[in-house]
Design a protein around this ligand. Structure first.
Ligand SMILES: [Zn+2]
Length: 99
């Protein structure tokens, strides 16, 4: 956060008092941009995954999850199993390149 404030100072050459709201908005904007970019990259990566049997890109993404049963504050969910089913030949396969 401090490094970011310094960056805003440098970029905008602001002298004297800085508007805290402006800093927060700038910070938020950059954060959202990065998240949107990450999501786009992940989608592009998934699109490129091919079936190991027939090399088809046409697949269904299956995600099975569970949660701790608490609804409201304290709710937590997680992925138990994640795999793909090829829509051409029916092969089930895992995403081995997932980080
Ligand atoms: Zn296939």
């Amino acid at each position: 956060m401090l490094a970011h404030i310094n960056e805003v100072f440098k970029n905008k050459k602001i002298e004297g008092e800085l508007n805290m709201k402006e800093i927060m908005l700038d910070f938020q904007e950059k954060n959202e941009k990065k998240l949107a970019e990450d999501k786009k990259n992940e989608e592009a990566r998934i699109n490129k995954i091919q079936c190991p049997s027939c090399k088809s890109n046409d697949k269904e993404h299956i995600v099975k999850g569970d949660n701790n049963g608490i609804f409201g504050p304290g709710y937590r969910s997680w992925i138990i199993e994640e795999y793909y089913v090829c829509q051409s030949c029916g092969t089930m396969f895992k995403d081995l390149t997932k980080a």
